[in-house]
Design a protein around this ligand. Structure first.
Ligand SMILES: Nc1nc(=O)c2c([nH]1)NC[C@@H]1CN(c3ccc(C(=O)N[C@@H](CCC(=O)O)C(=O)O)cc3)C=[N+]21
Length: 283
């Protein structure tokens, strides 16, 4: 087979960032700043890196970032109070609580405390419900990014057999809903799925979202399938066995340079959208 089309996330991300910059500039002309608050709990080095990357990305497109760092032994009360203050701060347009947080804390309760209008990261049950109903904002960022990549490269979803491997609350489950909303036929596979390889081998499009390095094998893939790798394992290794999958695919996202950069661009886009809404430019 000929080489697959590389679904280059850096190109998609740049196009999205350029648009965000124009929108923050327009808001500024009208006297409105745009601000994203990030909350990092504890000292996990890769979470700290991601939060730093998000802060830098904000700066480049004219979004102010307000970084809140809480120690690893933070109490649930302190975390909830922090979120409450950011909900009430009129300068803050979006709130991102970096996942995962230390295990003594209740992450779901913390996510739920984020006001849905400021949930630019799409982690609340309100956002999840809206994603499912295809109504209002905001989908979680990585699922939104996956759809943006497929759209950018004009990949048709209607009627396609899509297999999503993984069912996490902010990735596998919501991306399945977004794909369903686009009239794909979606199969969601997970750790208890039987005959996984056989199911994946029927897919026109495979979305790998398991969080296990090189979990999806090349010999599971149908010749000519499209592969989206949403994995971000240590060492920049994705969730698919890249070289073997590359040989089978008609299109594939690389890691790095695929879904990751578009995830950040989606966060920026959703933040400016929230700012436009509070400035009265959107309903
Ligand atoms: N509440 C929450 N929302 C998230 O969206 C969220 C999160 N928690 N926790 C962690 C994951 C991870 N994540 C990534 C974002 C960008 C890259 C990215 O841009 N990666 C670069 C490589 C970066 C490098 O060089 O290390 C790339 O793929 O090209 C990766 C991973 C967002 N996450």
């Amino acid at each position: 087979m000929s080489d697959p089309l590389l679904l280059d996330g850096r190109i998609v991300s740049q196009a999205m960032r350029d648009e965000v910059k124009e929108r923050t500039d327009e808001l500024k002309r009208q006297g409105h700043d745009t601000c994203l608050a990030t909350i990092l709990v504890g000292d996990d080095p890769s979470s700290a890196t991601y939060v730093k990357m998000k802060g830098k990305a904000c700066e480049k497109v004219g979004i102010e970032s307000k970084a809140v760092v809480l120690p690893a032994d933070t109490t649930q009360d302190t975390l909830m109070q922090t979120i409450k203050e950011l909900n009430e701060d009129p300068k803050v347009n979006g709130i991102l609580l970096q996942h995962p947080i230390p295990s003594h804390l209740d992450e779901r309760a913390a996510f739920e405390a984020i006001h849905p209008d400021k949930d630019v990261d799409g982690v609340t049950s309100a956002s999840f419900g809206r994603t499912g109903l295809d109504f209002g904002r905001f989908p979680s960022c990585t699922p939104g990014a996956i759809i943006s990549i497929l759209d950018y490269f004009n990949i048709e979803l209607e009627g396609k057999d899509v297999v999503v491997v993984g069912r996490s609350p902010i990735l596998g489950k919501p991306v399945s809903l977004l794909l369903l909303n686009r009239n794909a036929t979606v199969t969601i596979c997970h750790s208890k799925t039987q005959a996984l390889a056989e199911k994946v081998s029927r897919a026109d499009i495979v979305v790998a979202a398991v969080g296990k390095p090189e979990f999806v094998k090349g010999d599971w893939i149908k010749e000519g399938a499209i592969i989206v790798d949403a994995g971000y394992n240590p060492g920049n290794v994705g969730d698919v066995e890249y070289d073997a999958c590359y040989k089978k695919a008609s299109a594939i996202t690389p890691v790095p340079g695929g879904v990751g950069p578009v995830t950040i661009a989606t966060l920026l886009k959703q933040t400016v959208e929230s700012a436009e809404k509070s400035a009265g430019l959107l309903v």
